[in-house]
Ligand binder design. Structure first.
Ligand code: AHG
Ligand code: MN
Ligand code: MN
Length: 336
């Protein structure tokens, strides 16, 4: 069977579908190159001195791991010189990263979670990178820095969304608004090769993912939903459910795109200043776009994630995503 590479796929999307322009194609190629480098760094494990903590905290008060910092640097360096970006934003940086004056600026904004699931790095469990691409609002020839406001666009405006998962294999999963496709890194040739065309999330599932240690802080609709799943065959759902929680959103979402399921990091009352744990702009939005493109659904419990109007670059949001019928059911419980 002949398989197409990521580069061939992107050229097809540019040529036939006119889904992407040359700059966006280049952007995805550069991100793919960067995630290969991150995958290499992750894959070296304890052989290099890159495990453990970096000794600082990010803007959100979370301890940075060395690989969080390394992955962030790799993405910045790979993307700043090419002329395709107006600015970048990252989980690991308080403010948007400006393109240095020595390089040309482009019309796109790149947002990323450089290393997702960083608590899993030191234990050799899959981690990933999540990214999202927006168009930068008119700069009108301005030489002013691109501020946070330029990024505050709802997820419906995303042009490209994707993630890389550094697992037994390194995979890149991508949408340019035309379905979701998975590419696997062939370590011998160094190319990403399409291994699944058109990933689809089954509408029904028997598998759910939630960190149940937060149960005492959940809101009533989530408690009700999970209680019904736990009741299994003899409960209102009339079937048994299975549970999985990797602790890396990328890995949990990858499982759902592969075989269905529902993933929840819902609103809880643990810390009233945080309406959820996951970040809207570079975690929830790209994953919501991928899941919707694959026929699933993604809500906060109260509204579609992609419709949320962002107010801050690093804002958090409750996330419920995956198999459509389950997401609709638990969202419905929030409405009663
Ligand atoms: P990050 O490593 O980028 O901070 O993200 C971790 C996120 C997400 O990947 C995962 O689903 C969730 O945190 C796990 O949270 P708990 O440790 O509360 O289960
Ligand atoms: Mn993350
Ligand atoms: Mn992260």
């Amino acid at each position: 069977m002949s398989r197409i590479t990521l580069s061939q796929f992107l050229i097809q999307q540019q040529r036939d579908g006119e889904r992407i322009c040359a700059e966006l194609r280049f952007l995805v190629e550069v991100v793919a190159r960067a995630v290969k480098a991150i995958g290499n760094a992750v894959g070296k494990g304890g052989l290099t001195n890159s495990l453990g903590e970096a000794g600082g905290e990010n803007v959100q008060g979370e301890v940075q791991k060395k690989l969080d910092v390394i992955a962030n640097e790799i993405l910045l360096e790979a993307n700043e010189w090419g002329g395709h970006l107006a600015a970048m934003a990252s989980e690991e940086m308080d403010l948007p990263h400006q393109i240095p004056n020595r390089y040309p600026k482009g019309e796109f904004l790149l947002l990323f979670d450089p290393l997702d699931g960083s608590s899993n790095i030191d234990v050799n469990i899959s981690v990933g990178t999540i990214f999202s691409v927006l168009r930068c609002p008119e700069l009108n020839g301005s030489v002013e820095p691109v501020d946070e406001k330029a990024f505050l666009q709802p997820g419906t405006q995303q042009l490209v969304a994707g993630y890389a998962v550094y697992g037994a294999a390194t995979q890149l999963v991508l949408t340019v608004g035309n379905g979701v496709h998975a590419f696997t890194l062939d370590r011998e040739t160094g190319s990403f090769v399409m291994t699944t065309e058109n990933m689809r999330v089954p509408e029904d599932t028997k598998e759910y993912a939630i960190n149940a240690s937060n149960a005492r802080w959940w809101e009533a609709p989530v408690k009700r939903y999970i209680d019904e799943l736990l009741a299994g065959k003899s409960g209102p759902r009339g079937k048994d459910f299975n549970m999985r929680w990797v602790g890396s959103m990328v890995a949990d979402v990858h499982r759902i795109l592969t075989r269905g399921g529902i993933f929840m990091y819902p609103k809880d009352t643990k810390d009233p200043t945080k309406p959820g744990k996951l970040r809207l702009m570079y975690e929830a939005n790209p994953m919501a776009m991928l899941i919707e493109q694959a026929g699933g659904a993604a809500t906060t419990g109260y509204q579609r994630i992609l419709d949320v109007q962002p107010e801050k670059l690093h804002q958090r949001v409750p996330v419920i995503l995956g198999s459509k019928n389950e997401v609709e059911r638990v969202t419905g419980y929030h409405a009663v």
